[in-house]
Ligand binder design. Structure first.
Ligand code: DGL
Length: 266
């Protein structure tokens, strides 16, 4: 079984790790469009054009599924990507993200007031993909949804500033207004880059439950694909494509080398 995974850069690596946990024997092709990053500050038309180009690039690999490991592309370009992929199943990250929030909320009684804060790129927030979907599931009187665009987090993460004072101050600016009013709640990492800075986000929202959609996505993909086809004795390989390989920060290179060591063929 071969699964394609793409993102604008290194955000999708957090999704790839969750997929490999669920489907370790599948083979993967990872595409990071680092030459065109960031997607989150671009228009829907630009994101759609770039996302379809990623899908077209991965299509000749004979994929059994394509995972759009980017909230921005999943929010604005999923239909166009599906069209480009024909009969190949395409999974986005927004639906599992909503599911993960709904599951996290089960920890509170339904009558208790629990705010939900969605942190994402500007394009994702503007698309209202999370806002609309979450509000359709949740009772607004006790589960208000706040959406915060964080356009400068992705460039910092791609720069390797995952524990930099400027990053901590920036997160504080973004979450400050909601934190000033609520001591607890659920914060959704609505961009696949943000799990890289989960500790920094948690530090700014100490009483909040942080939700990463990657695990719900891994569960969804393995349930919907025929997992038997991915059975084997050794971990499957990962093929890496970066449209600008020189742009990778050191921590991402370390992660990729770790994934290489746990794969059986290169
Ligand atoms: N990692 C992507 C997301 O989940 C895109 C980040 C970007 O390129 O702005 O939205």
């Amino acid at each position: 079984m071969k699964i394609g995974v793409f993102d604008s850069g290194i955000g999708g690596l957090t999704v790839l790790a969750a997929l490999r946990e669920r489907l370790p024997h599948a083979e993967y092709v990872y595409l990071g469009d680092t030459a065109n990053l960031p997607y989150g500050t671009k228009s829907p038309a630009q994101v759609t054009r770039l996302s379809v180009a990623c899908a077209e690039r991965l299509k000749p690999y004979g994929l059994d599924a394509l995972v759009v490991a980017c909230n921005t592309a999943s929010s604005v370009a999923l239909e166009a990507i599906r069209e480009a992929m024909g009969t190949v199943p395409v999974f986005g990250v927004v639906e599992p993200g909503v599911q993960a929030v709904v599951e996290a909320l089960e920890a509170w009684p339904a009558s208790e007031y629990v705010p939900i804060l969605v942190l994402a790129t500007r394009a994702t927030i503007k698309s209202a993909s999370y806002g609309k979907s979450l509000r359709s599931f949740l009772e607004p009187a006790t589960r208000p949804v706040f959406e915060q665009a964080c356009p400068i987090l992705v460039p910092m993460i791609e720069e390797g500033w995952i524990n930099h004072q400027v990053l901590h101050d920036t997160i504080s600016e973004y979450v400050g207004p909601v934190r000033a009013v609520y001591l607890t709640g659920v914060v959704l990492l609505g961009c696949t880059h943000y799990p890289w800075i989960e500790a920094a986000i948690q530090a700014q929202l100490p009483g909040w439950k942080v939700v990463n959609s990657a695990f719900a996505l891994g569960r969804l993909v393995s349930a919907q694909l025929n997992a038997d086809k991915a059975r084997g004795t050794a971990p499957g390989s990962v093929e890496w494509i970066f449209t600008d390989p020189d742009a990778l920060p050191a921590f991402a290179c370390q992660f990729i080398n770790g994934q290489r060591r746990s794969a059986h063929v290169e």
